[in-house]
Design a binder for this molecule. Structure first.
Ligand code: Y43
Ligand code: MG
Length: 199
């Protein structure tokens, strides 16, 4: 691993989520690495019980399948009053984004505690599938009474940042990029990557 600076020129984004991919492109634009998309044909089963396990699975398997470095993200919403659900099952909580949002809102309607956090685990794997670095980031907030705003993706319209009294659906993307769980995880990961990326 001593000559990584010459190895890491291309990086596959191991995700099929257009919202995440857009954020990765923005957050990693200054890395000086060519970002490539994962082919749709590579589909990794998320069999882990934690965000970090699933991030490792996605990064390793996409790296091996493409023969390139790969970066993966496994993330989700933890609602305190729902015992941290939907958690790792966030993407599988219902069939569509709006159904997933409605399920959280209806399950939370009986509770007064609306505290929640987004969690993001990120892993980067070398072409042989070995995990070179990983990191976890969180972003604390609360669940809004109803969806608000059109920015972002997934649960963003119901994720309220108390400091702004706005949801991630209302907050501009460049502000989300400073405070999100994904931004926090990537900043930790980047400090670990400094040894092998020219930045
Ligand atoms: O910033 C976010 N803003 C809103 N919602 C978010 C965010 N970050 C994660 N989420 C939600 C989307 C999905 O319901 C689940 C992630 O599930 P997760 O399996 O990691 O991603 P995914 O299946 O959508 O794409 P992929 O696995 O191909 O990367 O949490
Ligand atoms: Mg997924």
């Amino acid at each position: 691993m001593s000559d990584m600076s010459t190895q890491l020129q291309k990086l596959v984004i191991a995700s099929g989520n257009a919202g995440k991919i857009e954020e990765f492109r923005a957050y990693l634009a200054d890395l000086g690495v060519t970002l490539i998309l994962k082919p749709d044909s590579i589909d990794v089963e998320e069999t882990g019980t934690t965000f970090i396990e699933n991030a490792h699975l996605k990064a390793s398997q996409v790296a091996i399948a493409t023969g390139e470095w790969a970066i993966a993200d496994d993330s989700g919403l933890e609602v305190i009053a729902l015992n941290d659900a939907p958690g790792v099952l966030s993407a599988r909580y219902a069939d569509t984004d709006s159904d997933r949002i409605n399920r959280v809102l209806s399950e939370l309607s009986h509770h007064s505690n609306r505290e929640a956090q987004f969690v993001c685990a990120i892993a980067i794997a070398s072409p042989d599938g070995a995990i070179a670095a990983d990191a976890i980031g969180v972003c604390k907030g609360a669940i809004a009474d109803a969806p608000r705003g059109n920015h972002g993706f997934g649960y963003d319209p119901i994720f309220l940042i108390p400091e702004f009294q706005q949801t991630f659906g209302e907050i501009p993307p460049e502000v989300k990029a400073k405070i999100s769980h994904r931004a926090n995880a990537l900043s930790i990961l980047r400090s670990k990557l400094q040894n092998f990326v020219n930045q």
